[in-house]
Design a protein around this ligand. Structure first.
Ligand SMILES: [Zn+2]
Length: 576
């Protein structure tokens, strides 16, 4: 069979009705959405071939290579991971190249100081402990604790506890007569992106912000802490960007334009997505030294966290804190790796899968569980192409850089390719934290719900032997109450489809994000297989789902990443 015929069989299509397919022994949805019955069969065979490729041994080795060194964006170690991803993709027979951007990145020149001045003088640790069971935690290359794009500063001021640091928290403080103007605010992580906490703090006149992980949200209240369990131990703190992503993400100095030679750059003072105050993350071990002596009104239940004392507002001169941050802003080269497979019929329709590669530290879960799944997906595509298969539409696999600092690599690439993306992008699948446990979850725009559910029906869950969809569904039902499961006569109510959460879609593409999460068990093979199925169907069915909107009418200014956090402790659960 010639190449063209083969691919047209694989990828030409229709939507018709249905017959049952039992490949893998799973109860598969009958005719695949978007495919004629015959083509659906061919597609299933190809997918089965595809699913046979991702291998746990390969995934393990790829993850080991990607996380052998701490690889913060712009570092030589980060460059080495870009070369590795490019070369792996090329070794699979795919066309892969690097694209460089020169962007403004923040680095701590010296470790920050957080010091209690009153009621006693005590300098806090502001450093994560070495975990004897985890030799990587002793690496000398681990960057000190900092929040990306917080400013340098050296301040001493009263401290105010602002709960999650959101507008309603400040409203509640105002009601009990506490004003944060001229103070250092201390907020706990959670309930919003940390950049929002920085913006709200500075808008309320705080001169500095400390953010900590409360054990009620991310620590012993939730379960055993690392290394006994996956939760955050008492010296661990969450790094992360406080860029104002909601104003614009990406390189602060080139909004709307790619950060390449020749692009005019703003002065840093004029960049609207940067905070104006120092922001520092600390652990709950350190935070309790600051919170326990606070006076002022005791806070109601919603303000109380998991530390063993009553939380007060502070804001009085009883507790004063010294905060010193020393941040250097440097223009650095970053490296996206773009792998392209041309479509056989609709070359100018692009199905894009993206995953960042940079990490604050080692990034075994975030993002390299995703990079590993993407590499295995590349291996599968390469293998199929050796048999003459080509996707109907073009496929682009983007390995983004500097996501942690502010979705930078993906944004710059989108800005670099804005005109083409407006015309050609069909859908975007975001990977990032692909695997941290066995529980499947997804978020997506509604026009892709069907596709996600059908892909999940055709991939086996290694734990239960059922499909990932059935395991997902079973978990959902186990969370429901009796009254939600049964009607008044005791009859089981019809099963509802598992919920798919919303996702953001700044670029205006249809977007999805899927992951396996919630424990530390590795499931890369299933992650890669599921993505393969999603990808192949999206790239091959004959019609683009029509629900949605005109891609052309939408802005291409922004990228689609959600934000993440990381810790040098590889297994610590990511609360973002
Ligand atoms: Zn991430």
């Amino acid at each position: 069979m010639n190449r063209l015929k083969r691919r047209s069989i694989a990828c030409a299509l229709l939507l018709i009705a249905v017959t049952g397919s039992q490949s893998l022994g799973l109860a598969q949805s009958p005719v695949l959405d978007g495919f004629a019955p015959k083509l659906s069969e061919t597609q299933r065979k190809l997918e089965e071939q595809f699913r046979g490729v991702p291998s746990a041994t390969n995934a393990r080795e790829e993850l080991r290579r990607l996380t052998a060194e701490a690889h913060i964006a712009g570092s030589p170690e980060d460059y080495a991971t870009a070369v590795y991803v490019r070369d792996q993709m090329r070794s699979f027979g795919l066309n892969s190249d690097m694209r460089e951007y020169q962007v403004l990145l923040p680095f701590p020149r010296t470790p920050s100081i957080v010091e209690l001045i009153a009621p006693r003088r005590e300098r806090l640790q502001v450093r994560e402990d070495v975990v004897p069971e985890d030799p990587s935690s002793a690496s000398k290359k681990i960057v000190p604790l900092y929040n990306g794009y917080g400013t340098s500063g050296d301040l001493t001021a009263p401290l105010v506890y602002v709960n999650y640091g959101l507008p309603n928290d400040y409203e509640a403080l105002k009601k009990v007569g506490v004003d944060v103007k001229g103070t250092i605010a201390i907020a706990r992580y959670g309930n919003s992106f940390r950049g929002v906490k920085a913006k709200v703090a500075e808008d309320h006149g705080a001169i500095g912000l400390i953010i900590y992980s409360d054990p009620a949200d991310d620590g012993y209240t939730q379960g055993d802490v690392y290394p006994k369990g996956p939760w955050r131990p008492d010296s661990s703190a969450q790094r992360g960007s406080v860029q104002f992503l909601f104003i614009y993400p990406g390189d602060p100095l080139t909004p709307g334009l790619p950060a390449i030679p020749g692009t005019p750059r703003l002065k840093r003072e004029l960049a609207l997505n940067l905070p104006h105050i120092p922001v520092q993350p600390i652990s709950y071990g350190d935070a309790q030294r600051l919170l326990k002596p606070l006076r002022g009104p005791a806070r109601p239940k919603g303000f109380q966290g998991g530390l063993p004392f009553t939380y007060h507002t502070g804001g009085t001169s009883d507790v004063r804190v010294h905060l010193k941050t020393d941040i250097e802003f440097v223009t650095k080269t970053i490296w996206d790796v773009i792998t392209r497979i041309d479509g056989s019929v609709e070359k100018d329709r692009w199905v894009v899968l993206g995953n960042h590669r940079d990490a604050w530290v080692f990034g075994a879960v975030d993002p390299n569980s995703g990079t590993t799944a993407m590499l295995e997906l590349g291996r599968g595509l390469g293998q199929l192409m050796k048999t003459g298969w080509m996707p109907r539409r073009s496929i682009i696999l983007g390995s983004w850089d500097a996501e942690e600092q502010g979705l930078i690599g993906s944004t710059e690439w989108a800005e670099d390719n804005a005109a083409e993306l407006k015309e050609k992008a069909v859908a975007y699948l975001n990977v990032d934290v692909a695997v941290s446990g066995p529980n499947f979850g997804a978020s997506s725009v509604p026009s892709m719900w069907k596709l996600i559910r059908s892909a999940a029906q055709d991939v086996r869950d290694p734990k239960t032997g059922k499909s990932i969809y059935d395991a997902w569904h079973g978990r959902l039902r186990s969370d429901l109450s009796e009254s939600e499961l049964y009607d008044a006569n005791g009859n089981e109510k019809p099963a509802t489809a598992p919920r798919i959460g919303p996702t953001i879609h700044f670029i205006g593409w249809r977007t999805s994000a899927i992951q396996l999460s919630n424990t530390m068990l590795p499931r890369h093979k299933s992650g890669a297989r599921l993505r393969c199925v999603w990808r192949m169907r999206k790239a091959c069915h004959s019609i683009t789902p029509t629900m949605g909107w005109s891609l052309r009418s939408l802005s291409t200014k922004r990228s689609v990443w959600r934000c993440d956090a990381s810790s040098p402790i590889r297994s610590t659960r990511n609360p973002c």
